[in-house]
Design a protein around this ligand. Structure first.
Ligand code: UDP
Length: 336
C-alpha cells in the first residue's frame, strides 16, 4: 500500500522539491497551496503524474470536504522571505495559527504523522552558538520579523498542545537557511539576489558590513532531513522536545558568501555595501544538527560549492529563457 502524503505549501520552493521526492518514493501526493507565494511553474515537472494531486486551497480557511486520509502531513505553508514579513504579516500569522490548527485536526482525525516546518527564526537573535534545540531563543515579539518568528513559535506551541492533549504524533523540523533551484527570483533573499546580480554582472548588494553569518543548506538535504524526521519511529522521537534542527553546519559570513557566489557564477561582480533594509537581522546563525543525526543518521551532504553550482545553473537557465522571451517579443513586435 502506498503512503498518502499531504504537503501544504507544496507549490513553494522547498514544498515542490518535497512533493517531487515523495513521488519518487512511490507516495500518493496531495499538494495544498493557495499560491500566495508558491507558483504552479514549480510543479511543471510532475503535475501530470497519476499519483500527484494539486489543490488550490488556503489552509487558513475551513478545509474542503473530501480530502484524503493521509498517513503523513508536511505543514510547510507560510511565506518565508523577510520581504514578505511586512505586506503578508497577517497571512503569515493566520497560516501559522489557524492553518496549522486545521492541519493538526486533519492529522488527529486520521492518526497521521505530522511534520511541522519550523525555523531557525524561533531562536531569533541567538546568544548560543551553534544553536541547539534546547536553546529557548531570543526573539523580539514586536519587531519587523515578529509575525514570522512568533507565528512559527505559536505553531510549535500548537504542535505541543496536540501532542499532549490529543496524542497526535507531531514533530518539529527547524529549518535553517535553505537554497537551490526554484527559489522565488524576486523574493529578496540573499541567494536569489546574489545569484541574479552575479549572472548579469551587477554589483552584489551586501547589507550592512557583511560580517553577519548564515549556514546554507542545499534544498535536497533539507528535504532529506524532513523525510528522515517523518520516517523515524514514534518511540524514538524526543517526547519532551520533538524539535530537530535541519541545516548545514558550515557557517559563513555574508561577505565571504558573496565571493563564493561570484566564483560559482564565473563572475567578477563588485561587492557593494548598502544599509541594512530590515531591522533585527540576526548577526549569527548556525545549526547544531547532532540531534537529527542521532535520530536518523541524516546529515547534510551537498557542499556549498556543489550546491551553488547547481543553483547558478538553474538561475542562468531562467535568465536565458527570459532573455529569449524578450527577444521573441521584440521580434514579433518588429514584424507587426
Ligand atoms: N542579505 C544581503 N544582501 C541581499 C539580501 C540579503 O546581504 O541582497 C543578507 C541579509 O541582511 C541577511 C542574510 O543576507 O543577513 C540572509 O538574508 P535572507 O533574506 O536570505 O534570509 P534570513 O536569514 O535573513 O531570513
Amino acid at each position: 500500500m502506498s503512503t498518502a502524503a499531504v504537503v501544504t505549501g507544496g507549490a513553494g520552493f522547498i514544498g515542490s522539491h518535497l512533493c517531487e521526492e515523495l513521488l519518487a518514493r512511490g507516495a500518493e501526493v496531495y499538494c495544498l497551496d493557495n499560491l500566495v507565494t508558491g507558483v504552479t511553474e514549480n510543479l511543471d515537472g510532475f503535475i501530470d503524474a497519476a499519483r500527484f494531486h494539486f489543490l488550490e486551497v488556503d489552509i487558513s480557511e475551513k478545509l474542503p470536504d473530501g480530502l484524503p486520509a493521509p498517513d503523513v502531513i508536511f505543514n510547510l505553508a507560510c511565506p518565508a522571505s523577510p520581504k514578505d514579513f511586512g505586506p503578508l504579516a497577517l497571512e503569515i500569522l493566520d497560516v501559522c495559527s489557524r492553518g496549522t490548527r486545521n492541519m493538526l485536526e486533519l492529522a488527529r482525525a486520521h492518526g497521521a504523522v505530522f511534520v511541522q516546518a519550523s525555523t531557525s527564526e524561533v531562536y531569533g537573535e541567538p546568544e548560543v552558538h551553534p544553536q541547539t534545540e534546547e536553546y529557548w531563543g531570543h526573539v523580539n515579539s514586536i519587531g519587523e520579523r515578529s509575525c514570522y518568528d512568533e507565528g512559527k513559535r505559536y505553531a510549535e506551541a500548537l504542535v505541543m498542545a496536540y501532542r499532549r492533549l490529543h496524542d497526535v504524533d507531531a514533530r518539529l523540523g527547524r529549518i535553517f537557511n535553505t537554497y537551490g533551484p526554484r527559489m522565488r527570483p524576486d523574493d529578496g533573499r540573499v541567494v536569489p539576489n546574489f545569484m541574479q546580480q552575479a549572472l548579469v554582472g551587477e554589483p552584489l548588494t551586501i547589507y550592512g558590513d557583511g560580517m553577519q553569518t548564515r549556514s546554507f543548506c542545499y534544498v535536497g538535504d533539507t528535504v532529506a532531513g524532513l523525510l528522515a524526521l517523518a520516517d523515524a519511529g514514534a518511540d524514538r522521537v524526543d517526547e519532551a522536545n520533538p524539535a530537530y534542527n535541519i541545516g548545514n553546519g558550515e557557517e559563513i559570513t555574508i561577505l565571504e558568501f558573496a565571493r563564493r557566489v561570484n566564483e560559482a557564477c564565473g563572475s567578477s561582480s563588485e561587492l557593494q555595501m548598502v544599509p541594512l533594509p530590515h531591522a533585527d537581522d540576526p548577526t549569527r546563525r548556525c545549526p547544531d544538527t547532532a540531534k537529527l543525526r542521532g535520530l536518523s543518521g541524516w546529515r547534510a551532504q551537498v557542499s556549498l560549492e556543489e550546491g551553488l553550482a547547481r543553483t547558478a545553473e538553474w538561475f542562468a537557465a531562467r535568465i536565458g529563457d527570459e532573455g529569449s522571451d524578450r527577444a521573441a517579443g521584440s521580434e514579433q513586435a518588429a514584424s507587426r
